[in-house]
Design a protein around this ligand. Structure first.
Ligand SMILES: [Zn+2]
Length: 90
């Protein structure tokens, strides 16, 4: 199967930021908002496709994560700020 590894990185970082950063404790974390955040961040990041077997561990790609960390952090923060100010629901 083909996987966009950038999705894994963004999802991990987004989840841990929303969960642990006190700056976002009042940010809506519903599925609709978090999916919007994912989509927005991913649109600004280059995809990185890999082929993988189901359940395979991504350890060999962890250097990629380190390499792109600064970019991912920037885009995830921008996406959180944007979506929390432009919620699609009440
Ligand atoms: Zn929401």
């Amino acid at each position: 199967m083909i996987v966009n590894y950038m999705e894994e990185i963004v999802q991990n970082y987004l989840n841990s930021t929303l969960r642990t950063d006190p700056a976002y404790k009042d940010t809506c974390k519903c599925l609709s908002c978090t999916e919007d955040m994912m989509a927005k961040a991913l649109n600004n990041l280059k995809p990185y496709y890999i082929t993988t077997k189901k359940g395979e561990i991504f350890a060999e790609y962890s250097s990629l994560e380190t390499q792109h960390q600064a970019e991912v952090i920037t885009e995830v923060i921008k996406a959180i700020e944007f979506v929390s100010k432009n919620k699609k629901h009440q």
